[in-house]
Design a protein around this ligand. Structure first.
Ligand SMILES: *Cc1c(COP(=O)(O)O)cnc(C)c1O
Length: 411
């Protein structure tokens, strides 16, 4: 039997069933059908509160929209975080539709088209520039529109985040301007009359190692100070990146948030003068929303093949690519999952949970221990709040997207 990842805290059983925000799984799917993503708004609120308590007051908290752009979730987030980081014109349209204040939005990401630059500049969104040529196009678009663009430079740092799932800095990268070229570009932007918004330095994602995050943040602050000195201008703002990971797999331990907070507090207490007035923030995606989401899918067939049990569901990798092991993982390991309609019941058998796609890649849980489940039972895949619905090929094989719901225990 292969182990399952750890079920995140905050989920309870009611009448032997998984409850999300106090609502039984079977009730949730009566309203919305299956497959269904359910996001617990209270868990997101609690996560933000825990971050605020652990991290320095001076540090702003941004939400990386690409983790989950579901409109009700964005609106919930608007009351919790200080800013939003987007990565496309499509995400810009989503955050505008959700009623978010454009002045709190920054736009990073390679390959921004002129129409995307224009939409961002018209709305007063900060552009995190990914290259010198993109910077020239942003200035030209601002000139044409008669608007001074709000510009920051995304830096390709000379280091990456140790232990991170996806490395986004260090060496040759499509992301950000190589650190050595940043001071000259900053001077150029300021001289051209832009509204100078400072630096964005993102070194990686998904680490559970507090010491690695602290080390990266210290290196990031030192780099920001050096670049500010070399460009001869104060730094109005500095986005220190993120990279806070969540436990997905067997043996993963939660990030020690208090340790991250203490280290950053010490950094802030000893800031060089050039950063004295700088507004710092971090940008988090999965850490804010990942563990608050559950993917519910119904078993439509139970079959035995060569002595193995397969629970065949109406969901699959077209909604939960990451849980199938096909989104940025080298070795396939089991996400946390459970039989939602028999939550907390003892393990009775070894079974694999597979999806309804006609490909061997479509496996949500491999040879794991579950209570006996049959047609009609619901399977819950946890850690589904980030990079689920929005990062899976929903059109593949024609099944279409899953439903999504934000639920709040207090409403
Ligand atoms: C994807 C991304 C994030 C969010 O990453 P998480 O691992 O979900 O926290 C933040 N910043 C940038 C620049 C990104 O590309």
């Amino acid at each position: 039997m292969k182990p399952l990842g750890p079920i995140p805290p905050g989920f309870t059983a009611i009448d032997g069933e998984l409850a999300i925000a106090g609502r039984k799984a079977s009730e949730l799917v009566v309203e919305a059908g299956t497959p269904l993503f359910v996001y617990d708004a209270g868990l997101i609120t609690a996560r933000v509160a825990a971050l605020r308590a652990a991290l320095p007051e001076r540090l702003g908290l941004h939400y990386a929209v690409k983790a989950n752009p579901f409109a009700p979730l964005l609106r919930h987030m608007a009351g919790l975080v200080d800013g939003f980081d987007i990565a496309s014109g499509g995400e810009l349209a989503m955050v505008v539709a959700a009623g978010l204040d454009p002045a709190r939005i920054s736009f990073a990401g390679p390959g921004k088209r002129d129409d995307e630059l224009e939409a961002a500049i018209m709305r007063g969104v900060t552009l995190n520039l990914e290259s010198a040529r993109e910077a020239e196009r942003a200035l030209a678009v601002g000139e044409r529109l008669g608007r001074a663009p709000r510009l920051a430079i995304r830096v390709n740092p000379d280091f990456d985040l140790k232990g991170s799932g996806m490395k986004m800095g260090g060496g040759a990268k499509p992301f950000g301007v190589d650190a050595a070229l940043v001071p000259a570009l900053a001077r150029r932007l300021i001289a051209a009359g832009c509204e100078w918004r400072g630096l964005h330095i993102y070194a990686g994602s998904q680490t559970l190692d507090a010491a690695a995050i602290a080390e990266t943040q210290a290196a990031t602050i030192a780099l920001a100070a050096r670049l500010a000195e070399d460009s001869g201008a104060a730094l109005p703002a500095c986005n220190l990146g993120g990279g806070f990971g969540i436990p997905y797999f067997p043996g993963d331990r939660p990030l020690d948030l208090a340790a991250v907070g203490r280290a950053l507090e010490a950094q802030f207490a000893a800031l060089p003068a050039v950063l004295g007035e700088t507004a710092f923030c971090i940008e988090l995606g999965r850490y804010l929303v990942g563990e608050a989401g559950v993917y519910l899918t119904r078993i439509v067939d139970r079959k035995d093949s060569h002595g193995e049990v397969f629970l065949v569901t109406d969901g699959g990798l077209h909604h939960q690519l990451a849980a199938s092991g096909n989104f940025g993982t080298v070795v396939r390991r089991n996400y946390p999952s459970a039989i939602a309609t028999r939550f907390g019941a003892p393990v009775e058998e070894e079974a694999s949970v597979v999806g309804c796609l006609c490909t061997p890649l479509d496996r949500l849980a491999d040879k794991a221990g579950f209570p006996r489940a049959d047609e009609g039972d619901l399977v819950a895949v946890f850690c589904a709040g980030a990079y689920g619905a929005s990062a899976s090929p929903a059109q593949f094989l024609g099944h279409g997207p899953a439903a999504e719901r934000l639920v709040n225990a207090n409403s």
